[in-house]
Design a protein around this ligand. Sequence first.
Ligand code: TXA
Ligand code: MG
Length: 339
Amino acid sequence: MPEIALGQSPAAIDQAVALLDAGQLIGLPTETVYGLAADADNADAVARIFAAKGRPADHPLIVHLGADDLLNHYAREIPEAAWTLAEAFWPGPLTMILKKAPGVSDVVTGGQDTVGIRMPGHPVALALLRTFAEAKRLAGKAGGGLAAPSANRFGRISPTAAQHVADELGDAVPLILDGGDCQVGIESTIVDLSRGAPEILRPGAISADQLSLVLGEPVSTRAKQSSPDAPRVSGSLASHYAPLTPLVVADVATIAQAAQDNRVAVIAREDAGLSEQSNVVILANHPAAYAHDFYRVLRELDAQGYEKIVVQALPDTVAWLAVQDRLGRAAHRELSDNG
Ligand code: TXA
Ligand code: MG
């Protein structure tokens, strides 16, 4: 099994930098979910990510940076809006899609002319990124970014704790930096700035309204069924993030009834009036708090051998959009089983 090391320890950071430098992979805590990181400037190392995850090669990765002056190494024709958003939201759960710089490998971008970039807001991720970039600089090499998708096997739930990464990937990752439970719990907001008007490709903790307020222009959200020529967002495959146990979404009356069947697990919110019992988990009735726990609870229930997971339907408001999106994808397997 991989080594799980205390992420705050300078020795662990040095060990991670040495492994990255040797073309190996690292499990990395971020404020959203754990990532599986490789040197973004080493195409062979990045290719190992796809092998470890079982991810198709045309699904692009996000490049993580510890300083925004590295943006110019990975992106070109950077619009003013990108600097404005970086200033307002980085480090934080926002990924920007920009035109890629010529030196960025096709392995990272899945052969596209654009690249996803973000600066994660987790102290361990930032410490690693900054130490790694400094090691590059001292060696007289350009770069220092880390390509990192979520550290789950393809199509599975993103990990929000170090142990989840070990459970998902085993020996494919030699070292996992433990940074505790992820604060946000779902993946970053992705905004496309590569084609003019900003457009959200994946909703997350940072909302369209927040981006719009800072940019002083409207920010739209792309509908889930994206057109075939749109940039490929692997999260946009409808079945992404699915647990193996069939999952359905239901109203309060239905979940109350389901809770009486011990073969069925129920995820309810505080307002449902159910009490916590072995097959019933109550989550907060607030989107940020719900997002914090959602993947962990799904993962735990998925491992317990229930016949079905029944989740209380979420409020149909923009505040719940990002969580709604992840719940919809988790439910998709059941929907497609039903034809
Ligand atoms: O919060 C996050 O974003 C986490 C942490 C680890 O940073 N990362 C993450 O990576 O969710 P991943 O690979 O699981 O999802 C990244 C998404 C994918 O859906 C990918 O298709 C999309 O970003 N993406 C990356 N580059 C893109 C590009 N050039 N154009 C469109 N979408 C892109
Ligand atoms: Mg992912």
